[in-house]
Design a protein around this ligand. Structure first.
Ligand SMILES: [Zn+2]
Length: 250
């Protein structure tokens, strides 16, 4: 399942433009006939696709000519939210305030709590490692939820995945390889549980149908009757999930 089309470039160069607060990628593409420009909604990267014979200088001249357009596009994107003390982020669809406690000795590195009406995620250990601990904890939660959902749907449909991989990926919520490996984005754990459950069911169904034809959708609906609700949620709010820890997204 794809979120956005991604061109297959033969060579990608990363660069930066003075005064532009976004990474720039120059992709040489065998079938590109002219230079094109886009801004990724998920990684905030500025992507210049150029024909094979163009070099970096051509690309940066082109980009500089369209800087106002690029700035406007970047300005319209939701702001990235880095992992930090005091940040607010959804976990399983519920907003949590994140607190880096700095406390060294605790049983768990991360624990849940309530402060009045607000849910809190307390991240213990030294503050300099707190964002890494939080990232690790979120991966663990994603793994736990996805393992359970995949097991459930695979059981319903009598299918068997070979392996489940949790990744930091920005182009897809999930994918199914021809060898039966299911891969998922850790960011699904930020979404309401229905959404993660749907993506699990979607990829499990690909074990039987490697396409998006009517038989595929019948399988998904059989094990996930509320799939339309989840698909709508992803369409409307999916991009929002990429704000969190965005600078690391790849
Ligand atoms: Zn799919």
């Amino acid at each position: 399942m794809r979120q956005s089309p991604k061109s297959k470039a033969v060579a990608t160069a990363k660069t930066s433009i003075h005064g532009l607060d976004a990474p720039v990628e120059v992709r040489r593409h065998p079938t590109a006939r002219r230079m094109t420009l886009r801004v990724s909604r998920t990684t905030r990267a500025v992507i210049v696709t150029v024909p094979m014979q163009c070099d970096l200088d051509d690309a940066s001249v082109f980009l500089n000519r369209h800087l106002d357009w690029v700035r406007e596009r970047l300005g319209n994107l939701p702001l990235p939210v880095p992992f930090d003390d005091g940040m607010v982020m959804p976990v399983r669809g519920v907003l949590h305030r994140v607190s880096f406690t700095g406390e060294a000795k605790t049983r768990h590195l991360v624990d849940h709590g309530e402060d009045g009406a607000q849910s809190i995620l307390r991240v213990h250990g030294s503050r300099e490692h707190a964002s890494r601990h939080l990232r690790g904890w979120l991966f663990e939660q994603a793994r736990r939820d996805l393992d359970a959902c995949v097991l459930h749907h695979a059981g319903q449909l009598d299918l068997r995945p070979k392996r489940i991989a949790i990744r930091d990926q920005s182009s897809r919520w999930g994918s199914c390889s021809t060898t039966g490996v299911l891969s998922f984005s850790w960011r699904l754990v930020l979404a309401p549980q229905l959404v993660l459950d749907y993506v699990a069911a979607h990829e499990v169904a690909h074990l039987a149908q490697m396409n998006h034809g009517p038989r595929f959708w019948n399988l998904v609906r059989a094990t996930m009757p509320r799939m339309d609700e989840a698909k709508l949620w992803l369409q409307h709010y999916g991009t929002e999930l990429h704000r969190y820890d965005a600078e690391r997204a790849g």
